[in-house]
Design a protein. Structure first.
Length: 256
């Protein structure tokens, strides 16, 4: 089974932020232990006696609001975020990243979290369908941080499976509604948090230093970066992000 761990970055209610991002990592179930061990190894630097007590939450590390991050200087804190993303960068080639960045003011009548969730459900389902055409018959399950809106996203997931998404077609490759877990207990949700934060910084603050570490790991096929979506209305015709540029170059083909 393929697992897609997701978390969000940014706030739907914060008018000072232009973007909200939902993003994370898809991996085969047997690969999860690698990421847990690697983050535990980093955590030992900050709590050698109880590394499990260290939660890697990118925005808290970046702002140095809480222990142990408040003891770090600016460059040291940025280095922690990059160390977590380096684990992703150096991980299994089959692990793929997915993220959706939505410009909130472009969709004033839509819930940005729900719109991103619908987008990623569709992308993950199509990713699994592509693998099945290549002979990999595994199906998928989505896992999110429990702080995300559990009830509404479970309802949406049921609707997508029964009625389909706005792009047509029901989700056929997901085994169940999403599972919600405590991010403090899941290193994979913490990885997803860092991926979402890297994408958020890229779009909301034009800070690509984190995004560039993992840009090559987003799901891609036919020269299109399928795993990354940049939602803005109207879409900036000159946007040079991988999501927009790869689709613009492929325009005129059947690739979406």
């Amino acid at each position: 089974m393929y697992l897609l761990y997701l978390d969000d970055a940014g706030s739907a209610a914060n008018a000072a932020e232009e973007y909200l991002v939902l993003g994370g990592i898809s991996l085969y179930e047997a690969q999860a232990d690698y990421f847990t061990r690697e983050l535990d190894r980093i955590a030992q630097t900050y709590n050698s006696e109880n590394p499990a007590a260290i939660e890697f939450h990118a925005s808290e590390i970046f702002s140095r609001r809480s222990e142990p991050w408040s003891r770090l200087n600016r460059d040291e804190a940025r280095g922690v975020i990059k160390a977590v993303l380096k684990v992703v960068q150096d991980s299994y080639g089959s692990a793929r990243l997915f993220a959706c960045a939505i410009h909130k003011d472009s969709f004033p009548h839509e819930d940005p979290v729900e719109r991103c969730f619908e987008d990623l459900c569709s992308r993950f389902d199509r990713f699994l369908a592509r693998l099945q055409r290549e002979g990999d018959r595994q199906r998928g399950l989505i896992v999110l941080d429990r702080t995300t809106r559990e009830t509404s996203l479970q309802r949406l997931s049921r609707d997508f499976r029964a009625k389909g998404t706005r792009w047509g077609g029901t989700l056929r490759n997901l085994v169940d509604i999403p599972f919600f877990v405590d991010s403090r207990a899941s290193r994979l949700v913490q990885i997803a948090d860092h991926i979402a934060y890297a994408v958020f910084r890229r779009y909301n603050a034009s800070d690509a230093q984190y995004f560039d570490l993992i840009a090559s790991r987003f799901d891609s096929a036919d020269s299109v970066v399928h795993g990354l979506a940049h939602l803005a209305s109207p879409m900036a015709t000159l946007c040079m992000c991988p999501a927009c540029l790869s689709r613009r170059l492929a325009r005129g083909s059947a690739v979406e």
